[in-house]
Design a binder for this molecule. Structure first.
Ligand code: ADP
Ligand code: ZN
Ligand code: ZN
Length: 749
């Protein structure tokens, strides 16, 4: 018997299965991990398939050394998934197979912890008989009594009742009455977590209607839904019920959330309702904890899995449901190699494994909503909040007017007044500003010079007192982390009139303190959320009511549910609108609608103030009305006119070089090669809706000069071949520059 093995080396030259002989007496099945000889070394690999024919000289075939586990670590459906992903990402199968395993399993880095168990080896009646006859040893009697009451028991548990039970246990084993075994002990993270004793809510009519579409489909298997419900409509409750039904059907469910640290409530809700059957996967677990959760899932003990994007690879054997909550979030896209979109993977898994898929959002991505309209997803809509709660009332403040009337503060008079009223009434407020730090840039009043990062083509942000020393001001680059002292004179003209502009989270916090001295505030941005539980600490500070105002970047817009929040302020609504990316309008709308949706989720109605320099912009107007449909129609039309996705796929060949001339030259060279190829391949040419050498949003990043050839592509039968050509062209080594082909990149910078 032979097996075909993918050896865990990600290199083009070994990107194929190798055949090994299975020694006499060794049982292997597909998906099992094995140690095999490779060259002069021992390597890990995954068995793809078994075969009884050798594909070359049997005398030369080497032998499997040993299995690494006694079960297939990778399920058959997951092998298929890995194959599909490898094909799509043009990468070796070994790389996508790695996604299916906890990292610490590779290279044998996890130590399995075991516990010793004692169990009756005979029927209970027989054990009772033995107990009767046992006169000599009180210890043996006691152990038998314990095991008759409950078997198996951990030896440590027995030791709490019976002192030094070892000898007695051995004697009972030798008499054939009990069995002693070792079993893996699994660490459950957050086991000590207090469970909310929350009951299942009686469903609202809209929740009920949505669920009635989902439940029969779960039973049949398959089906794809887009659950579009306004903020506070109770989407979670809908899929909690769908998960409950999935469990009743004996199947497993995966719930993907944008970021686990930002969704502690979701985890609490699931733990409260499903307890031990649930597993939580996230990057802040220790290696041992992560491995243990993975094992509990693989063994079918944990059947409700909550996690960020990589949880889509959880080894659930009888998968019944995948939920993607806040499906519009860009965190579902992984930019690490091999790149993948967790939503696509979820869809592919559901299709292959006969599971149902639910995408949920108050602001679905344009692509998903377009697909729902086309009939790819069944659209479930919930247009009202639960318990008759009103949508928050939104005011748009024109910041140009504020300036005209002499208010230079980052907070408009309206927002300041609302904040005063909110604090006075004992309620809580959230302030969003999508930029961290104190000032967003430093510029010269005389010549207009803006201090930019020497390594990157971006202005540097001013931070106060965060480099250890009190109140020391430094300039930092948010792209490369570079930091500089603030110049006293303009580096360009020498003028002393160097000034700060634009506000960040630090500045807003200071302003709140200035207007309302002594108010307890917390700030949430990358600078404050370091450490294992940075997010949790801040969110708890706010949840408990100790802090009255939460100030943060887009982090605070992600699905948080704080019932005491009655005021939300978007301090600088148009910050994200000007980014050089076709998705910036969509992202701004989502961000504003989501953050507005944090207000008035409890019994008191919410108020929202949106501050902007562009009050007439439709994105701002429609977000203020929280009118997703109208925004969708408008954006869809714009995309159609400008041939943006879903009417095309964006792609580019990006070139980087430490030398500007080399970057220029290489980009031109590549463009030329592509043009020639298009002339000789008319079929390819038809796929190209637009090709342009326009420079990327960031022309310099981490010291590298960047150029690009940008495409809008039509997908069709020749797309694969054309993209393969572009990949090859980009990957060809060239002097002093490196290029890569990006298909549908996450960021267009
Ligand atoms: P969404 O995700 O749609 O914004 P959530 O699922 O977070 O909304 O629910 C908002 C709030 O409403 C939560 O506090 C939740 O506990 C509560 N809730 C959900 N369903 C019901 C219901 N049927 N009755 C009462 N309260 C509910
Ligand atoms: Zn100057
Ligand atoms: Zn930089």
């Amino acid at each position: 018997m032979y097996c075909r093995v993918i050896v865990d080396i990600a290199h083009e030259n070994v990107a194929r299965p190798f055949t090994y002989l299975i020694p006499e007496g060794m049982n292997l099945s597909p998906g099992q991990r094995v140690a095999v000889p490779f060259g002069a070394r021992e390597k890990e690999g995954v068995v793809l398939s078994l075969t009884d024919a050798a594909d070359f000289d049997p005398a030369k075939i080497r032998t499997v050394i040993r299995p690494l586990e006694d079960y297939p670590a990778i399920l058959p459906a997951m092998i298929k998934l890995a194959e599909e992903m490898a094909e799509k990402a043009h990468c070796p199968l070994a790389e996508t197979l790695r996604l299916m395993l906890p990292a610490e399993m590779r290279g044998g880095r996890v130590r399995v912890r075991t516990v010793e168990l004692a169990a009756l080896a005979v029927p209970r009646a027989e054990a009772e008989e033995a107990l009767e006859k046992e006169r000599r040893s009180p210890k043996r009697r006691e152990i038998l009594r314990l095991l008759i009451a409950s078997s198996p028991l951990r030896v440590t548990e027995i030791a709490e009742e019976v002192r030094d039970p070892r000898e007695a246990l051995k004697a009972l084993r030798d008499a054939g009455l009990i069995r002693l075994t070792e079993e893996e002990s699994l660490r459950t993270p957050g086991e000590g977590l207090p469970l909310d004793n929350e009951q299942w809510h009686p469903l609202t009519e809209m929740q009920q209607e949505a669920l009635e579409e989902i439940l029969p489909t779960l039973e049949k298997g398959g089906g794809r839904f887009l659950l579009h419900g306004v903020t506070g409509s109770g989407k979670t409750e809908v899929f909690l019920n769908a998960v409950r039904q999935t469990l009743r059907l004996g199947k497993s469910a995966i719930i993907l959330v944008p970021e686990i640290a930002l969704t502690p409530q979701m985890v609490r809700w699931f733990r409260a309702r499903f307890g031990e059957v649930s597993a939580v996967l996230h990057s802040r677990l220790s290696a041992g904890e992560r491995y243990d959760e993975w094992r509990r899932i693989r063994r079918g003990e944990a059947r409700v899995i909550i996690g960020a994007r990589s949880a889509v690879f959880a080894p659930a054997e009888r998968l019944g449901l995948i939920v993607v909550d806040e499906e519009h979030e860009s965190t579902y896209f992984s930019d690490h190699h091999p790149r993948y979109d967790a939503r696509e993977v979820a869809e592919s898994r559901c299709g292959r494994e006969g599971a149902s898929l639910i995408l949920a959002s108050a602001t679905p991505s344009i692509l998903s909503f377009a697909r729902a309209r086309r009939g790819d997803f069944m659209l479930l809509e919930m247009s009202r909040r639960v318990a008759g709660r009103p949508m928050p009332e939104v005011t748009v403040v024109d910041m140009r007017r504020e300036l005209e009337s002499g208010n230079r503060s980052v907070l408009s008079r309206e927002l300041a007044a609302e904040l005063g009223a909110c604090l006075h009434g004992g309620q809580q407020a959230m302030l969003l500003i999508n930029r961290r730090g104190y000032h967003s840039f430093v510029s010269c009043r005389s010549c207009g010079y803006v201090v930019k990062c020497p390594q990157c083509d971006v202005s540097m942000t001013c931070h106060i007192g965060e480099d250890g020393r009190q109140r020391e001001t430094r300039l930092r680059c948010h792209y490369c982390g570079n930091s500089l002292p603030v110049p006293e004179k303009c580096p360009s003209c020498g003028s002393p009139y160097i000034r700060y502009f634009g506000a960040g989270t630090q500045k807003v916090e200071e302003e709140v303190q200035r207007l309302f001295p002594g108010t307890a505030t917390v700030r949430m941005d990358i600078d404050t959320t370091g450490g294992r539980d940075g997010h949790a600490r801040i969110l708890e500070e706010f949840r408990s009511g100790r802090a009255r105002v939460l100030i943060g970047t887009q982090m605070i817009a992600k699905g948080l549910d704080f019932p005491e929040v009655t005021l939300v302020g978007a301090v600088a609504a148009d910050l994200t609108l000007n980014l050089p990316d076709y998705r910036s309008r969509e992202r701004t709308f989502q961000l504003l609608t989501q953050v507005a949706g944090r207000a008035g989720r409890g019994n008191k109605p919410g108020r929202v103030v949106i501050q902007t320099y562009r009050p007439e912009d439709p994105v701002i107007r429609l977000a203020a009305r929280q009118d997703y449909r109208a925004f969708f129609e408008e954006e869809f039309l714009r995309r159609r006119t400008a041939l943006y996705p879903p009417f095309s796929v964006m792609a580019r060949v990006l070139t980087e070089s430490p030398l500007e001339t080399a970057a220029d030259r290489t980009a031109r060279e590549i463009e030329e090669e592509i043009r020639k190829a298009l002339e000789t391949h008319p079929a390819w040419k038809k796929q190209v809706l637009m090709m342009s050498p326009e420079p990327p949003g960031l022309k310099l990043l981490r010291g590298l000069h960047r150029r690009q050839v940008l495409f809008k592509l039509r997908t069709g039968p020749d797309t694969e071949a054309f993209c393969a050509f572009l990949t090859e062209t980009a990957d060809r080594p060239r002097p002093a520059a490196r290029s890569c082909f990006e298909y549908n990149p996450t960021a267009m910078m």
